[in-house]
Design a protein. Structure first.
Length: 156
């Protein structure tokens, strides 16, 4: 197999369900926590997109500065933490999990000029955490990275 074929298989070839179960077991990943971590990611996405004041498409287009975007993300992050705390799920305020999510939303939402890329973020998030869909090796790698990042920074 050549490297392009390996890459294609890693990106898109579905991993058999039995191998996905083994993968989850090897990495100590539970379906309940995958679902919870997906809810955290989806909730943050909803809070950000629902409350963002920039990019008004009217004639008086509002442009937000990088500082405004950072302040908005932090406000959304604090709201997320408070919302989940009400459910006795404690998410650490700072750390690599926050840095990762802030970087993700900075690149894919706040600083993203292509509307078609912005519009697929919720779909991407739902797909990453959807345990019913077929996984590729790359999907499993992304899910495992997010799972381990959140696992270290959340108390249930």
């Amino acid at each position: 197999m050549n490297s392009m074929e390996n890459f294609f298989n890693w990106m898109s070839k579905p991993v058999p369900k039995e191998e996905v179960i083994v993968w989850f077991n090897v990495h100590n990943m539970s379906y309940e926590k995958i679902d919870l971590y997906g809810d955290i990611f989806k909730s943050l996405n909803f809070i950000i997109t629902d409350t963002y004041l920039g990019e008004d498409m009217s004639e008086t287009k509002i442009l937000m500065s990088e500082e405004d975007n950072a302040l908005h993300f932090n406000w959304c992050w604090n709201k997320l933490l408070a919302d989940f705390k009400k459910e006795n799920i404690i998410i650490k305020h700072g750390g690599p999990h926050k840095d990762y999510l802030e970087s993700f939303f900075s690149d894919s939402y706040y600083n993203q000029k292509e509307e078609n890329i912005k519009s697929v973020i919720p779909e991407f998030i739902f797909e990453v955490f959807d345990i019913e869909k077929p996984f590729s090796k790359s999907d499993l790698d992304i899910l495992t990275e997010l799972y381990k990042l959140l696992e270290k920074n959340i108390e249930i």
